[in-house]
Design a binder for this molecule. Structure first.
Ligand code: HXC
Ligand code: NAP
Length: 291
């Protein structure tokens, strides 16, 4: 049986209009999980700004937000570049007003055995996931502190922040940094009325996955749903409900918390683990050799 399916797409956990008159920034909100989160804020009345590098990605986000009747703004931005982030926030403020919520969703990732990972590959993922999340949070925090306006930041994480993630040394380390940073910023900025929380998706297949992520062994396999204790994977709307709740006044005493939405997949343990398969073998790689 497993965990029941959630309510239908389009159902709202919060009251209609809960985000009326508010602007929300979602980095990487044109694709996948970021778009699902952006659409849920839009459905509840928010105007949503999408910050990302790719024009097509941003356009897809705008279409999805406008389809539920909300206002959308697309802003080109590489979150590794603090000056681009400042310019993007200027554009959001002048078009939509000071955003009340920032969702740090953008990420870069690819599976690779650590011994094959180049210094630039490591730097690239850490730069997007950890540095980019800090740079966007810093921009949001400084503007809110200066304005004396409350707000909320939501950092999208991954459960290997706690466990490590063989095949994802760069992303796991960066996500661990994000989880830790969530706790520090939450304490520093609570006196200014700014809450900072994390939201961790489990296995959430979606149509925008990159070729690298689709190539993760077992990803998209016929038995993927049955591989989880819940007997199913996540439905993207389940993240939208969690994200909007954490950003809403109903979560006004929740800060520094990271909520895992993964049907308890990350805590599964067998009484005896199956035979161990090294990452190189899982990925079908030849034995390692120095260049
Ligand atoms: C090894 C790789 C690689 C790969 C890139 N690199 N892909 N190394 N295996 N598959 C190396 C490159 O060779 C280069 O190092 C360095 O990384 C930078 O690559 P660029 O292509 O120049 O970087 P850039 O154009 O900035 O693109 C960033 C990117 C790309 C992260 C590499 O994939 C991207 O834009 N991703 C955005 C979307 C994304 O990744 N979504 C996944 C989020 S899902 P050298 O040394 O050659 O210069 C997620 C799920 C978690 O996080 C759960 C998973 C199970
Ligand atoms: P995705 O569809 O690949 O989306 C990633 C987004 O990040 C893209 O829209 C991309 O837009 C943006 N992005 C990447 N680098 C950027 C940069 N330098 N500057 C600005 N934007 C950038 O991935 P997803 O699966 O929806 O993942 C969303 C979040 O959930 C990520 O934080 C990821 O780590 C987390 N997560 C996902 C899963 C899952 O099962 N999918 C599981 C655990 C955690 P551009 O290319 O247009 O820049």
């Amino acid at each position: 049986m497993g965990l029941p399916e959630p309510p239908a797409l389009g159902s709202m956990a919060l009251a209609a209009g809960a985000f009326d008159g508010q602007a929300v920034v979602v980095t990487g909100g044109g694709t996948g999980l970021g778009r699902a989160i952006a659409v849920e804020f839009a459905r509840l009345g928010a105007s949503v700004a999408i910050l990302s590098r790719g024009e097509e990605h941003r356009a897809a986000g705008v279409t999805a937000i406008e389809a539920v009747g909300a206002r959308a703004l697309a802003v080109a931005c590489d979150i590794r570049q603090p000056d681009q982030i400042a310019a993007a926030f200027d554009a959001v403020e002048s078009e939509l007003g000071l955003p009340t919520t920032l969702v740090n969703n953008a990420a870069g990732n690819f599976p690779v055995p650590a011994e094959d990972l180049s210094p630039n590959g490591w730097r690239t993922v850490v730069d997007i996931v950890l540095n980019g999340t800090f740079f966007c949070s810093r921009e949001f925090g400084r503007r809110h502190i200066a304005a004396g306006a409350p707000g909320s930041i939501l950092n999208i994480g991954a459960s290997y922040a706690w466990t490590g993630g063989p095949g994802f040394a760069h992303s796991a380390a960066a996500k661990a940094g994000v989880k830790n940073m969530t706790e520090t910023l939450a304490v520093e900025w609570a006196p200014y009325g700014v809450r900072v929380n994390g939201l961790v998706p489990g296995l959430f297949p979606h149509e925008d996955e990159t070729a690298d992520i689709r190539g993760v062994p077992g990803r998209g396999a016929e038995d993927e749903e049955a591989s989880c204790p819940a007997m199913r994977t996540g439905r993207t709307r389940e993240l939208g409900w969690a994200a909007t709740f954490l950003a809403s006044p109903f979560a006004s005493f929740i800060s520094g918390e990271t909520l895992v939405v993964d049907g308890v997949n990350w805590q599964r343990r067998a009484m005896r683990q199956p035979a161990f398969v090294p990452i190189r073998d899982q990925m079908g790689k030849e034995p390692f050799q120095l260049d």
